[in-house]
Every structure is written in structure tokens, then in C-alpha cells.
Write a protein that binds this ligand. Structure first.
Ligand code: HEM
Length: 445
């Protein structure tokens, strides 16, 4: 379908080859907010078109059009784009998050959901979160015994690492562990260098030019990242080969499942060892964060967690979706192969939908009796539809175990008192993560 007057309006003039990359470079740090501001000018209301290099892309800035994509037309907006950097990071889209929509992807997602249900939920998850939490509490108390304010981030990273490593590999680390710290450094570096993507993501022909030093650095980092995952996978393979039929964690389960599939000659959607590794990559790479059975008795805690996810939308603009057919958005036509980006920042900060959106108010999620109210319309912290976050249940349950337990054990305050505000680093269009901050911790008696 050629671009038509019925396409979503375009705020910028498109330059051959570059598309709107020059304008994008001038957007400043918080791209979600920038796009939201642009959308509030009448003409570009709700949805507009930009060109990321050669990719025609629609930016969805309002709950009306976001709901249309995530629910009503979820079968049309379900694919992922082929992007050079993502292909490098996922070995050609072998994982779930960047995987091409089709039978293998559907099967891989189903197997991963089963693995999470069997090894990362209920009592299993509680046990692993408890173990991770005890290690973290010990490290926090050791630091707070020095009597000074300190940066809590490394301890929270330890908590997330131990939860995910427990789920994936049945392993835990201490704060000083070299293997863990190397991995955390690599992840940080990977995020830094990928930041807003590589030039070849937007102008594909550039991938055939001699490799730049930035790209060489990426290749080294990606290799180190996979070496870490492969080492753990190899340990699990060796355990299985030694005759152990005990399935203790998600990797054990995935290995066992792949083996069963290999025995089934009628199976056409075989998952290879690469798919297996990349599924672990998705779970381990997912940001993870309480007691399932107590969950309904803690509406205020849950409301705080929800408000936290609204205020700090981790993925500002999500992962691009791609249309699998000619389709529609609002009153406009959208051709097959168009990228669609959900502006989560706009969704969660639109003042028409949220009264005083910059304020932290958990009460937004509660009814008059203090119980959890229905889901607000403009709220999709885990996306929705067929590409809904794979780890939604895991993340929510873990958060609901961790937060109450941390606050039961510790009194956490800021040396800045009421003036304290968490600052998000919004320089990457991929993820907004909190900047480091100091806290004072006292053990509750
Ligand atoms: C608080 C924590 C988390 C938040 C806020 C979050 C949020 C999201 C969002 C918004 C998306 C959709 C991206 C898009 O299509 O635009 C997503 C996708 C995804 N998430 Fe999460 N996530 C979290 C934790 C996790 C965990 C723990 C895992 C690991 C199991 C995970 C695995 C994934 C995967 C694999 C996808 C891609 C799904 C697909 O394309 O089919 N996430 N997440």
C-alpha cells in the first residue's frame, strides 16, 4: 500500500535515506515526553508517522489508539522488525521478545510459559525469593552498620540477580562474587553501547561497510554475555548426561522439554538448543521483582507497586511491533510492514487520564473502601495482547513478596528527607533506569 493522505499525519519532512533521523537526534533525552508534547498539538493528535531511516513508523500517544493496537487489532500488530543490533543480540531473532511471529515463536512462548508456571511460581518462587532476599538483607545490614548513607542499587541488583539466577539456574551469589559482577558490568555496557540503536538498524545497507570500533566492542560484549549463559547451560547438560533426572530449575525443564520434542518425529516446530538458550536469555534478561497467598490482603502495597510502575515506565517506547497485513489505526490506513511504537510514557502521564500525573499517589489504584479498584484505562505496564510481557506474573508476584519483606525488616530513608526524588536516566529510548541514590537504613526491632 503506498503512503496516502489517509496515513497518520507526519510532523516532519522526510529526507531520502535518513528519513527523520536528524530530527530524532534533536529530540533530547526523554523521547516519550517529547513525542507526547508533539502529539498534543492538534494536527498530530493521538498517532503520527515518522521515518526511522527506511522504517515507516507510527507513534501511538493516546490510550484510544494504544488499546486499538494491543486489543482490537492485536493480530495485525504482532510481528517484530528485523533490526541489525537486535539480530546481533538475539542470534537472528531466536528469542521470544524479538522473535518473528509464526508457529515456532508461538510454540517457544508456550514452552517458556509452562517453564515459568512449573519452576518460577507458587512455592518454588517463594523459596527462591526468600533465599535471594536473605542474602540481600545481610549485605544491606552489613553496609548500614558502617553508620553512613550508602548507594542501595548494588544490593537491589544482587536481589534481582539472585532471584533470576535462582529461577533459571538454581544458583545464588554474594555481593562480592566476581562472576556476578562481571555479568552485571557486561549487561550495563551492552545497554550503554546499544543505547538508541546502531546506524545499520535504520539504514540497513550500512551493515555491509567495514566494522566500526563500536560494533567490534558490541561483538565482544555479546560474546561475553552468551559465554555466561552457555556456561550454565553446559553445566545443566552435563548434569542431565550424568543420569540425573531431577528437574530443579527452569533450564533443567527447558532441556528436558527439548529432549522430549526431539523424540517426537511428528513435531514440526522443533525448538533447537539455540532457542533454549535464547529463552533463558529472555527470562534472565527480563527485569524481575512478594507472598502470593498474602497478596490480596495488601491492597496499599500493591497500589504502591502499580503507581511505581506508572511513574517509572521502564520501557518508554516499548519494543517496536510490526504490522503483518494492511490494517487501520483510528481513522487512518496502515500498510503491512509498518513499525508501531507504543508511547508508554504518554500512556502513563497523560493529564487527561491521570490527575497530576507527576505526583506519586498510590490511592489512584484504590476504591473508597481502600480495596484495589479496577485497572485504569490508560495503564498497560506490561503491554497487552499477543505480545504481552512473558514475565508479568513472575514480576508481579516477586515484587509483592520482596517489597513487604524489605519494609518489614528495614526502615529505609533518604538523607535528603522529603526533598528526595528518584531521578530516571531517560537518555536511552530503550529503558529508563533509576540513577544511583543514597539511603540510610536501620534494622527494625
Ligand atoms: C517489573 C518488571 C517488568 C516490566 C515492567 C516488563 C514490561 C514489559 C513490557 C512493557 C513488554 C512489552 C514490550 C513491547 O512489546 O512493547 C514486555 C515484554 C516482554 N517481557 Fe517483560 N517486563 C518485566 C519483567 C519481565 C520478566 C521478569 C521477564 C522474564 C520472564 C520478562 C520477559 C519479557 C519478554 C520475553 C517480553 C517479550 C514478549 C513477546 O514479544 O512476546 N519481562 N515486558
Amino acid at each position: 500500500m503506498p503512503p496516502s493522505t489517509t496515513s497518520p499525519p507526519a510532523p516532519w519532512v522526510r529526507i531520502p535515506v535518513l528519513g527523520n533521523l536528524l530530527q530524532l537526534m534533536r529530540c533530547g533525552d526523554n523521547m516519550g515526553e517529547y513525542f507526547y508534547d508533539l502529539s498534543t498539538t492538534k494536527e498530530y493528535n493521538k498517532v503520527f508517522t515518522i521515518y526511522m531511516g527506511c522504517h515507516r513508523t507510527i507513534i501511538l500517544n493516546h490510550v484510544d489508539v494504544i488499546q486499538e493496537v494491543l486489543t482490537l487489532r492485536q493480530n495485525d500488530y504482532v510481528d517484530r522488525p528485523t533490526m541489525y543490533s537486535a539480530e546481533k543480540m538475539t542470534d537472528g531473532g531466536m528469542d521470544i521478545a524479538m522473535g518473528k511471529f509464526g508457529a515456532v515463536w508461538k510454540h517457544q512462548r508456550k514452552v517458556a510459559q509452562l517453564a515459568i508456571k512449573n519452576y518460577a511460581s507458587g512455592e518454588n518462587l517463594e523459596r527462591m525469593v526468600d533465599e535471594a532476599l536473605n542474602i540481600t538483607l545481610e549485605s544491606i545490614l552489613k553496609e548500614s552498620a558502617k553508620g553512613e548513607a550508602f548507594n542501595i542499587k548494588p544490593h537491589l541488583v544482587l536481589l534481582v540477580m539472585n532471584t533470576l539466577a535462582g529461577v533459571c539456574f538454581g544458583k545464588t551469589y554474594q555481593l562480592e562474587d566476581a562472576e556476578m559482577n562481571d555479568f552485571v558490568d557486561i549487561t550495563r555496557e551492552v545497554l550503554d553501547v546499544f543505547n538508541n540503536g546502531l546506524p545499520a538498524d535504520f539504514i540497513p545497507i550500512l551493515q555491509y561497510l567495514p566494522t566500526s570500533s563500536r560494533e567490534k566492542k558490541i561483538d565482544v560484549l555479546v560474546q561475553k554475555y552468551f559465554d555466561f549463559l552457555e556456561k550454565h547451560l553446559k553445566d545443566h547438560v552435563e548434569k542431565a548426561q550424568s543420569g540425573s533426572d531431577q528437574l530443579n530449575d527452569l533450564t533443567d525443564y527447558l532441556l528436558w522439554h527439548t529432549e522430549q520434542e526431539e523424540k517426537d518425529a511428528s513435531n514440526k516446530n522443533l525448538l533447537t538448543q539455540k532457542h533454549l538458550l535464547m529463552t533463558v536469555f529472555d527470562v534472565f534478561g527480563g527485569a524481575g521483582p512478594v507472598l502470593l497467598s498474602h497478596r490480596t490482603k495488601m491492597p496499599y502495597t500493591e497500589a504502591c507497586m502499580k503507581e511505581n510502575q506508572r511513574r517509572g515506565s521502564v520501557l518508554q517506547l516499548g519494543i517496536p511491533l510490526v504490522t503483518t497485513c494492511d490494517t487501520k489505526i483510528d481513522k487512518y490506513d496502515v500498510p503491512k510492514g509498518t513499525l508501531a511504537m507504543v508511547n508508554y510514557w504518554a500512556l502513563h502521564n497523560d493529564p487527561e487520564q491521570w490527575h497530576e500525573p507527576s505526583e506519586f499517589r498510590p490511592e489512584r489504584f484504590l476504591d473508597a473502601e481502600g480495596n484495589l479498584g479496577p485497572k485504569p484505562r490508560s495503564y498497560y505496564p506490561f503491554a497487552g495482547g499477543r505480545r504481552v510481557c512473558l514475565g508479568e506474573g513472575l514480576a508481579k508476584s516477586t515484587l509483592m513478596m520482596v517489597i513487604p519483606k524489605l519494609y518489614q525488616a528495614l526502615k529505609i530513608s533518604s538523607p535528603l528527607g522529603d526533598q528526595f526524588r528518584i531521578q530516571l536516566d531517560t537518555s536511552s529510548s530503550l529503558m529508563s533506569l533509576p540513577q544511583p541514590y543514597d539511603v540510610i537504613v536501620e534494622q527494625r526491632k
